[in-house]
Design a protein around this ligand. Sequence first.
Ligand SMILES: *Cc1c(COP(=O)(O)O)cnc(C)c1O
Length: 410
Amino acid sequence: MLRNEFHLPAGPNGEPAVYFCGNSLGLQPKGVADQLDRELRLWKERGVEGWWGGDEGGWLSYHRRLQEDLSAIVGAEPAEVVACNALTVNLHLLMASFFRPTERRKKIIMESGAFPSDQHAVRAQLQFHGLDVADNLIEVAPRSGEATIRTEDIVTAIEEAGDELALVLWSGVQYYTGQYFDLEAITDAGRRVGARVGIDLAHAVGNVPLQLHAWQCDFAVWCNYKYLNGGPGAPGGLFVHERHAADEQLPRLAGWWGHRQSDRFDMKPEFKPEYGAAGWQVSTAPVLGLAPLMASLPLFARAGGMEAVRQQSELLTGELYRILDALPGIRILTPATAADRGAQISVYLPGHRPDLEKRLSERGLICDYRQDNLDGSGGGVLRLAPAPLYNTLAEVTRVGELLGSVIGTR
Ligand SMILES: *Cc1c(COP(=O)(O)O)cnc(C)c1O
């Protein structure tokens, strides 16, 4: 859609490589260097005055300049989102506020096989509260013989946990299988039993259209370096629903950057949160880390918004699915229905191929392969994610040919 706006890594023959790894690290928008250069110049020319000076009001309001674009991408009000910290840190900060176990209600429910960092964070939170992990963590798994989790099984598990459930923590798009969950149904179920609902959007943001405000989840977290192309280790994002925006009673692991801006520099010990998501910032905004987002986020509006991005994505991923489905001897883990998946297709390739990623990269395809012996043959899972902003249908066709030849000649 906006391929010309991105730097494309070179393949072995000097032509652009086929980059199907935007689910891991999105490519660099061409506008990033200029944006970084502006902040470097401001720092160079004004020093500390850069916080107040500059053309656009200085770095003090830097996070505000990102809220509009970010909120459109996740379906929220601007004040409900902020870019700060990193995904796992934000997850901890928001669980500190929204996972408040009581004697009766203290369980957390999440998908089995969640991203390790989320599993670490959830276990750490339970332990932090002195709770036994085995007794209080409910993990919902796919049915035997299935690769993805049925919505009805998630809802049933939430209902069964009932008033013992403190928190539903679910992912938007599952990082491994590419399954896009029914977040509205999951949020409804969680709220019906009186639990808080938090969503990990790492693989969903910039990938599928979201309606966080309308769905009424309590909070969400994401990273900005995957489909949002914010650069390696870019600060993360968080969402807190408007109904909590002015709640000063919510416990928080507070820091001065979350204190309201109007009197932040009076240096008083009492914490008065900034309205909305910005009240969960903790430390000084990492301006140089945020700067690339100034160039990368507006590209989504330029592409016509998330609905338009999704349309292009379904075209690319639908074609990729069709091609992969016709290859013999592989098993697709990602749902066959477009509505139940994002951009990524995950396929299990039987047979030991420790150097597959390298062999594909030598032929000009950058993607992700992990050994994962699902059937005793020593095989692994290949994850292919055509990113709608910069990948093309011609690339999808090329990947099909390439995989056909490489898989055939093990
Ligand atoms: C990528 C990813 C992360 C990464 O967390 P960081 O704190 O940004 O390093 C966490 N959770 C999920 C589900 C992810 O996909």
